[in-house]
Design a protein around this ligand. Structure first.
Ligand SMILES: [Zn+2]
Ligand SMILES: [Zn+2]
Ligand SMILES: [Zn+2]
Length: 150
């Protein structure tokens, strides 16, 4: 997904504002993580994010701690692809989506449709509050199918 540069800057400013208001300090690693996550969709594992940060900025433990601060303030969303590795993406809020993940190469594409609205309505009628859902779809991508045939 591509965004105009000014969109990225706006997201960044809004995110820093959210962190400040929640009482979190704006540390260099937090700023660095937000820079990566607002400019690229990902989702990225903590290890990948650590590699994407400027070299020597911080250790992996700091990346984990910073990510939980960002998650706590709803700035990032954690994705679980069922392989035991958590991946993180910027939570744009206005733009709910799901992922299709290739089992072979791990490539991730966005699915811009969601059919879960009626399910959420149903559980609200059952008396539940704070209803959310996660849904990730898995398959073998066209490139991997072609490679297997070759
Ligand atoms: Zn693939
Ligand atoms: Zn996503
Ligand atoms: Zn959905």
């Amino acid at each position: 997904m591509e965004h105009a540069a000014h969109d990225t800057e706006e997201r960044m400013e809004a995110a820093l504002d959210t962190l400040r208001k929640a009482g979190h300090r704006i540390t260099a690693p937090r700023r660095g993580l937000l820079t990566v996550l607002t400019s690229e969709h990902g989702p990225f594992s903590a290890e990948e994010l650590h590699k994407l940060l400027p070299e020597g900025m911080c250790d992996p433990v700091t990346v984990y701690r910073s990510l939980s601060a960002l998650e706590e303030t709803d700035l990032v969303r954690r994705c679980d692809f069922g392989d035991g590795i958590y991946r993180y993406e910027f939570n744009t809020g206005e733009h709910h989506h799901h992922h299709i993940i290739c089992r072979k190469c791990g490539s991730v594409n966005n699915l811009e449709v969601c059919f879960a609205d009626s399910l959420e309505r149903l559980v609200r009628q059952m008396g539940y509050a704070n209803v959310t859902h996660t849904l990730e779809i898995f398959g073998t991508c066209a490139a991997c199918q072609a490679a297997a045939k070759a």
